[in-house]
Design a binder for this molecule. Structure first.
Ligand SMILES: O=C(NCCCCCn1ccc2cnccc21)c1cc(-c2ccc(F)cc2)cc(O)c1O
Ligand SMILES: [Mg+2]
Length: 214
C-alpha cells in the first residue's frame, strides 16, 4: 500500500532534519509542505504568533487539541521551561505514531504527552487521569465546530484560571464562527484577533487569542 502524505512528511524529517534540533524539524516540515505537499500544520507565519503567545503565557501546563504531525507541539514544547509539559489530543490513530516519531526526532518527547481520543471525552479526564490542576495555555486546532463547545467544557471542568490564555487557529479559513460569536460576546474573555495567512498559501486567515478573566 503506498505511503500517506503524513508518512512522506516523516520520511523527509527523518532524512533531512538534525536529530535533537527542533528548529531544523520545523524548517524541514515547512520546506516540504511549502514546496511539495500542502499539509495543515500551523506553519511558519502563524507559527510566529503561536510562539509569541506561548512566550506570553510561559505555561507550566499547556494543552493542544489537534496534534496532526506534531508541528505545533514542537513549536510549543521547544519554548517550555524545565518541568513544564504539553498535553496534545489527537483522535486520528494513523497520525499518532507519525507525530510521536517527529517529536522524538526534535528531542522533545519528554515534554509532550499525546492523548488519543475526542476532546469532549478527554477534557473531563484531565484533572484526575492526567493530574492537571488548571491549564495555563490552550491551543485550539482541531474540528472548528468543537472550539466553542470545548471552551465551555474547559470552563465547566474548572480547567481555566484567571489569566489562562487560549489561542485558536483558522478563525477565517476554514473558519470558526460559533467560537468567535461565543468568545467575543462573553465578558469573561479578553479577545484579540491576529489577521494572518493560511499555512503555505496566499489565503487570508486569522488567529484569535482569548484570555480568561475568571
Ligand atoms: O481541519 C483542520 N484541522 C482539524 C483536523 C481534524 C482534527 C480532528 N481532531 C484532532 C484532535 C481532536 C480531538 N477531538 C476531536 C477531533 C479532533 C484544518 C483544516 C485546514 C484547511 C483544510 C483545507 C483547506 F483547503 C484549507 C485549510 C487548515 C488548518 O489549519 C486546520 O487546522
Ligand atoms: Mg489549523
Amino acid at each position: 500500500m503506498d505511503q500517506s502524505k503524513e508518512q512522506r512528511i516523516l520520511n523527509s524529517v527523518s532524512y533531512n532534519a538534525v536529530k535533537g534540533d527542533p528548529e531544523s524539524v520545523l524548517n524541514c516540515i515547512d520546506k516540504y509542505c511549502g514546496q511539495y505537499e500542502w499539509a495543515m500544520n500551523v506553519g511558519d507565519e502563524k507559527g510566529i504568533i503561536l510562539d509569541k503567545t506561548v512566550e506570553e503565557a510561559d505555561p507550566t501546563v499547556a494543552l493542544e487539541m489537534g496534534t496532526y504531525c506534531g508541528y505545533s507541539a514542537i513549536r510549543i514544547a521547544r519554548l517550555l521551561k524545565p518541568n513544564a509539559r504539553l498535553l496534545s489530543i489527537e483522535f486520528n490513530p494513523e497520525f499518532i505514531p507519525i507525530a510521536k516519531e517527529i517529536i522524538e526526532i526534535a528531542g522533545l518527547s519528554e515534554k509532550v504527552t499525546i492523548i488519543e481520543g475526542h476532546s469532549q471525552d478527554i477534557i473531563p479526564q484531565l484533572k484526575k487521569k492526567y493530574e492537571v490542576e488548571t491549564l495555563d495555555f490552550v491551543f485550539l486546532d482541531h474540528w472548528k465546530e468543537r472550539y466553542a463547545p470545548d471552551t465551555i467544557l474547559l470552563e465547566e471542568c474548572g480547567l481555566l484560571r484567571k489569566g489562562s490564555i487560549l489561542l485558536a487557529d483558522n478563525i477565517v479559513y476554514p473558519g470558526a464562527p460559533e467560537f468567535i460569536k461565543y468568545i467575543r460576546s462573553n465578558s469573561r474573555y479578553e479577545c484579540t484577533s491576529y489577521p494572518t495567512f493560511l499555512e503555505y498559501m496566499k489565503v487570508e486567515d486569522a488567529m484569535e487569542k482569548a484570555v480568561y478573566m475568571g
